[in-house]
Design a protein around this ligand. Structure first.
Ligand SMILES: [Zn+2]
Length: 156
């Protein structure tokens, strides 16, 4: 890392520690040429995440695309936009923290469904029905019934 004060390339790391709840690594750096001290942050770079599609094709991870599909599922649902933003950030963080740059699209779909299931059942069903591409209505009914494990016999 080049020293921002004198341009020397050979700077030293004096201290590394997690920052922002382990989303970043904060490094204290020292330049032996001029004695300057500065701090750098290391973060996962989203552009480096690659989605492996079910047909084996690779595609750069696109947060906007993920966000669009989630917002479509959430349309007209009584959920605060802020809550949706938080959920999307949470999903992205989970993907970032998996330690792999190559992530199967199936894994992303499962993480999204898990997050949606906690927030809004209708949005979950919408997303899952598209994601899993249900062909048979039977499968879909079974799937929906599995969504509601708390439903007692009274409601049957
Ligand atoms: Zn320097």
């Amino acid at each position: 890392m080049r020293c921002p004060f004198c341009g020397n390339i050979d700077t030293q790391v004096k201290d590394s520690r997690p920052a922002e709840d382990h989303v970043a690594i904060r490094r204290r750096r020292f330049c032996p040429a001029c004695g300057g001290r500065f701090t750098t942050y290391e973060r996962v770079q989203l552009r480096d995440l690659v989605v492996i599609k079910s047909n084996g094709r690779r595609e750069d991870f696109d947060r906007d695309k993920l966000e669009r599909s989630i917002r479509i599922s959430m349309q007209k649902r009584p959920v605060e936009p802020e809550r949706i933003d938080q959920m999307i950030s949470g999903i992205v963080r989970r993907l970032e923290s998996m330690g792999e740059t190559d992530i199967p699209s199936k894994t992303i779909g499962e993480i999204v469904m898990e997050a949606l299931a906690r927030i809004d059942t209708v949005a979950y069903v919408r997303f899952a029905s598209v994601y899993k591409n249900f062909q048979a209505a039977d499968d879909f009914d079974k799937f929906v019934s599995e969504l509601r494990p708390d439903t007692g016999p009274d409601e049957a």
